[in-house]
Design a protein around this ligand. Sequence first.
Ligand code: C5P
Length: 234
Amino acid sequence: MEKLEMLYEGKAKKVYKTENADYYIVEYKDDATAFNGVKKGTIHDKGIVNNKMSALLFKMLEEKGIPTHFETLINDREQYVKAVKILPLEVIVRNVAAGSLSKRLGLEEGVPMKQTVLEFCYKDDELGDPMINEYHIAAIELATEAQVEKIKAYSFQINDILKAFFLERDLKLIDFKLEFGVFKDEVILADEISPDTCRLWDAHTNEKMDKDRFRRDLGNVEDTYQQVLGRLEK
Ligand code: C5P
């Protein structure tokens, strides 16, 4: 499991080729960005938390029947994953109003949704990841209809599994973002699930325990990331 040439460097991760064309090594960084790269900073040891948390959650999701890119944890910052071709979609699942949904619809943060909301965004930094719907996806061929149906079904299942898992650890899953990829013609879950990509509130105090602490300058960012991992590893 040796890192070869770097294929891609994103805001929070680097992806390397390996000797096996079917697998990549992903390295998690401490770099943090928000508002489409406008706010930049570092969250000390965030890469370690996100790597370990994603590994733990993807393994758990696999055990519950969701196919994922995750293979093994290599060390604190690296994991071995299937070499997927990422679909250029961000899938956002919302249980409670917060963030851009609150702004867009004029809803107070914390208002529960009467039903789970699923949104798609077109993953394109230059365009600022605009929200799109299934007609746009078909019209500009971002994914096939069959792939979109799979993505929707997996996303709702993942929400049910994660909501219950987090609640057992005193965390409310407010919303989160998923990315999917294609591996050997199958759609599988890829990217990460971490405090960077989820809103998690303490189940008793509603304290924000996610990247909103960085986005909104709420303080205790590093400590909160460690606390979330600590709750999951118990
Ligand atoms: O900003 P917004 O309220 O739309 O974010 C919804 C959820 O998706 C949040 O949990 C946020 O962390 C996540 N997200 C993400 N990456 C993006 C956009 C949103 O992880 N590019």
